[in-house]
Design a protein around this ligand. Structure first.
Ligand code: PBG
Length: 332
């Protein structure tokens, strides 16, 4: 590698002016990089603020359609839906997950009918639907793999039938990508993409999300370490992602984002597949809450974080600030 040396080489030269900063920017952040995760609730004309995530709301389907319509107009390519499930319909076996009339399926149908030109992504995992808050079925205190995968196949199919464009398994069971791919193909959904939460870590940063989804109480002191990855591991992430590509994943995801930028970079360099990163609820809440105390500039800090994801090699970012970021990018 040739880097030259000071003073012939001055790294600040290209940074001096706006036009040259623009000219040398490696992967400028654009609106095409943004995926907006949204919480959906029952009811009509409802917006419910989420205390754990200031500035984020749960939206009823009618409002969701309006807001996603605005996101589409801004040029945001996709939204990811997370249903807030009525506690009365939660069960040990997560039966509601495979109900074609469940909240997320109704939301997908409404969006596909009313909003054009935006992709709809749905999580595949059982946690919104289980009374115990785990992503899979529990047998003798352990989240079992194969029986869970059979449920995930059914969940993916009802979501695809509703019109979902991208199935995003976030459950971290083994073999689920291949199984979901087969199930989708069997039903004729050969165009439904799979974005695999390939490297999903057992992270403390999901805290606010679990409050937003109302799954925190059910999960209690339990954790997800028997299926989500150990935060110290890196080779394992490459192996997980490679397995998912072999099983038919169209896109990979790393989650959380900021503490795992090295993983984004490794996956992108070693596997060369479309690679996305999820700036999760805890990352959002840290910035938002500190900004609300007047101690940092939210817009600047958020744009810096998003630029960091791009710099690390991400092809796109799931961020609760997608709509704000799209506006900021548009207005310069
Ligand atoms: C559920 C799921 C989680 C998130 C997305 N899908 C939480 C978890 O695994 O407990 C986290 C998103 C966030 O924190 O913003 N399978």
């Amino acid at each position: 590698m040739h880097t030259g040396s000071f003073p012939r080489t001055r790294m600040r030269r290209n940074r001096r002016d706006d036009w040259s900063r623009r000219l040398v920017r490696e992967r400028p952040l654009g609106v095409d990089d943004l995926i907006w995760p949204v919480f959906v609730q029952e009811g009509d004309n409802q917006r419910t603020p989420i205390p754990a995530m200031p500035g984020v709301e749960r939206l009823s389907i009618d409002i969701l359609c309006e807001e996603v319509g605005r996101a589409a107009e801004l040029g945001i390519p996709a939204v990811a839906l997370f249903p807030i499930v009525d506690p009365a319909t939660k069960s040990e076996e997560a039966r509601e997950a495979t109900n074609p009339e469940n909240l997320v399926c109704r939301a997908v149908r409404a969006l596909k009918e009313r909003v054009k030109n935006i992709g709809v992504i749905c999580d595949v995992a059982l946690d919104p639907f289980t009374s115990h808050g785990q992503d899979g079925l529990v047998r003798d205190g352990y989240v079992v793999n194969d029986e869970t995968v059979a449920m995930l196949q059914k969940q993916a199919v009802v979501q695809a039938q509703a019109g979902c464009d991208v199935i995003a398994p976030s459950d971290m069971m083994d073999g689920r990508i291949g199984a979901v791919r087969d199930a989708l193909d069997r039903e004729g959904f050969i165009h439904t993409r799979i974005m695999s939460y390939a490297a999903k870590y057992a992270s403390a940063y999901y805290g606010p999300f679990r409050h937003a989804m109302d799954t925190a109480r059910n999960l209690g002191a339990a954790d997800k370490r028997t299926y989500q990855m150990d935060p110290g591991n890196s080779d394992e992430a490459v192996r997980e992602a490679a397995l998912d590509l072999d099983e038919g994943a169209d896109m990979l995801m790393v989650k959380p984002g900021m503490p795992y930028l090295d993983i984004v970079r490794r996956l992108k360099e070693e596997l060369r597949a479309p690679t996305y990163v999820y700036q999760v609820s805890g990352e959002y809440a840290m910035l938002r809450s500190t900004a609300d105390l007047g101690r940092l500039d939210f817009r600047a800090a958020m744009l810096e974080a998003l630029a960091g994801f791009k710099r690390a090699g991400a092809d796109g970012i799931l961020t609760y600030s997608a709509v704000d970021a799209a506006r900021w990018l548009k207005n310069g």
